[in-house]
Design a protein around this ligand. Structure first.
Ligand code: MTE
Length: 324
């Protein structure tokens, strides 16, 4: 991503981080022993998949959901999923979220749903959890910077959630916003403007209604850790990671394409669609290959991150070079 506030420890956006480097980052030094011993589970054993890492509360009544993965798609180690990620509200270094996100209070937490719908309202996260049956969905996650992971998320269909507010026909897009609370999200306090807050993302309505678009509340069978976007985040697995907005407090049905944060920052580099596409390069680096965190060799990036069958029809006839 574009990093305005340079710190000595930042990895340049154009660099692909080798495993040895990320294991050595300051936030992971303490946990290095645990990472070295961490199992990267195969995806074929249900017993292993459901073995939570015991760091947060276990989620009950989680059904088996979508899990179409390839032979080489082992789950990424919990320590890497939770220790190496982007959440700029806590800093620009990939170790910052794990270090700083403990300050975030995820209760009480409400989500305001407004805009072009018949039943707008403000819903409590615990009511959201009660009224949406939870599933474990194993999904690939590809960052625009060239790394990827496979996560066992726990969540539910975004479309089912949105439909309960009865969107009107004039609602063409859905917009999401992250919390702004500088006392807890310490990078929002920075006198340098890292990003304009709140972080905003959006989807076209038909994209949002695709069954793969997921609202996530858990990871590895347990309550979502703060650094991964607790208590509620989006996961849109056929798009680059920046579309998957974290710690959501507002969802709005709108007529016009939302101005998503990264496009607003640098529209020549980040578009609204952000579909994973090995044939359309980022202006500064190729998108043809990726490094799966935990692997040494690079692998080919798949069209729509491997979800072509599920989502290609959404973009029939669209010039994906123009709408990147
Ligand atoms: N959401 C918010 N609010 N702030 C962020 O900085 N970063 C995005 C996305 N969602 C971000 C965000 C980016 S660039 C990526 S790659 C994913 O979160 C990474 O998070 P994950 O590895 O926990 O999925």
């Amino acid at each position: 991503m574009l990093i305005r506030l340079a710190k000595r420890s930042d990895v340049k956006s154009s660099e692909i981080t080798p495993k040895a480097l990320y294991l050595n980052r300051r936030s992971l030094i303490a946990g290095a022993g645990a990472i070295a011993g961490a199992t990267v589970f195969g995806c074929d054993s249900k017993a292993e998949l459901n073995k939570g890492p015991g760091k947060t509360t276990k989620l009950e009544n989680v059904k088996e959901g979508y899990r179409k993965v390839g032979e080489k798609d082992a789950l990424t180690a919990y320590e890497a999923v939770t220790g190496y990620n982007n959440f700029y509200e806590f800093g620009t270094d990939k170790g910052d979220p794990a270090q700083e996100a403990h300050r975030l209070k995820t209760r009480p937490w409400t989500v305001k749903v407004d805009g072009l719908c018949n039943k707008p309202g403000t819903v409590d996260i615990d009511d959201i959890l009660k009224s949406n049956p939870l599933e474990e969905r194993i999904l690939r996650h590809r960052c625009v910077e060239g790394w990827s992971m496979v996560m066992p998320w726990v969540g539910f269909s975004l479309g089912d959630f949105l439909n309960s507010f009865e969107p009107q026909g004039s609602a063409k897009f859905v917009q999401f916003e992250t919390l702004v609370r500088p006392e807890e999200m310490i990078a929002q306090k920075s006198r340098f403007e890292i990003l304009p807050w709140p972080y905003v993302e959006g989807l076209r309505m038909d994209e949002a209604m695709n069954p793969l678009a997921t609202l996530v509340v858990g990871l590895y069978g347990e309550v979502l850790p703060n650094q991964n976007g607790a208590p509620l985040r989006l996961e849109v697995p056929w798009k680059y990671g920046f579309k998957s907005i974290k710690s959501i407090v507002r969802v709005s049905f709108v007529e016009k394409e939302p101005r998503n944060t990264w496009k607003a920052m640098q529209s020549s580099e980040y578009g609204f669609y952000a579909n994973v596409n090995p044939n359309v390069d980022h202006p500064r680096w190729s998108q043809a290959t990726e490094r799966r965190i935990g692997d040494v060799a690079r692998r080919k990036t798949l069209m729509f991150n491997g979800y072509e069958e599920e989502v290609a029809s959404l973009y029939a006839g669209m010039d994906l070079k123009k709408y990147y």
